[in-house]
Design a protein around this ligand. Structure first.
Ligand SMILES: *Cc1c(COP(=O)(O)O)cnc(C)c1O
Length: 221
């Protein structure tokens, strides 16, 4: 068995039932994705539109593609024809653009709202209050998206208590919004946890981990 397949099997064995593994394949070549595919992996995450479009053309049609990076409004139309889930919605404007393009393609796209909980300024996403405001607006015109939950990243640090506390905040917001918005029937996913912190994320209630390095090795930028 190859190394990638081994890593995937080990991860699967360590994740509780109900936690989805998104294999983050950005910067890795199509052959690496195929090794994961042959090990049974079908959900892949990419963070750059151009790279994603190129890989999608080349790889099997039954892959479920997730977009996890910063998404510019003008790139939405490039990924909408095939994207399954977008993890990185950080404004109403972006949500409206995804809906508009999805309608053109007669598709329904699952979106997650990205929340900024980390200390680092560089991290993207909405504040909890911005997210509350967004969900309090009348979104009934957005018929071609399903709001599937939240996504977030913890601060990149060795201080695992801080990481845990940020994941805990995110999980609390997730429960709050789920309770407050029963009309959002698809609000089920809490996407948190990467290679170095996924175990903590899972302990704090993650339903979806996004793992790259632990599967494919270090990225060559
Ligand atoms: C790159 C990336 C990941 C995966 O990171 P690893 O540390 O390689 O597991 C997860 N989430 C997002 C948003 C990313 O950009």
């Amino acid at each position: 068995m190859n190394r990638i397949a081994e890593h995937i099997q080990m991860l699967r064995a360590s994740l509780p039932e109900g936690v989805t593994l998104v294999a983050v394949s950005k910067f890795h070549p199509a052959e690496a994705l195929m090794e994961a595919y042959e090990a049974g992996q079908r959900i892949f995450g990419e963070s750059r539109a151009q790279e994603l479009v190129a890989k999608q053309k080349e790889l099997p049609a039954d892959i479920e593609w997730h977009f996890i990076g910063t998404l510019q409004t003008n790139k939405v139309k490039d990924i909408v024809p095939f994207i399954h889930t977008i993890h990185s919605i950080d404004s109403l404007k972006l949500l409206q653009e995804v809906n508009k393009q999805a309608e053109k393609h007669d598709r329904i796209i699952r979106v997650l709202l990205e929340i900024h909980v980390a200390e680092e300024e560089t991290k993207h996403g909405m504040t909890p209050d911005e997210c509350r405001t967004l969900l309090d607006a009348d979104l009934s015109a957005l018929t071609h998206i399903h709001i599937g939950g939240l996504m977030g990243m913890a601060t990149f640090t060795d201080d695992m208590e801080r990481v845990r506390s940020e994941f805990r905040q995110l999980a609390a917001l997730f429960r709050e919004l789920k309770e407050k918005h029963p009309e959002l029937a698809d609000f089920k996913e809490l996407s948190m946890g990467m290679s170095h912190d996924y175990q903590i994320a899972v302990e704090e209630g993650s339903t979806m981990v996004r793992i790259g390095t632990n599967i494919f090795g270090e990225r060559q930028y």
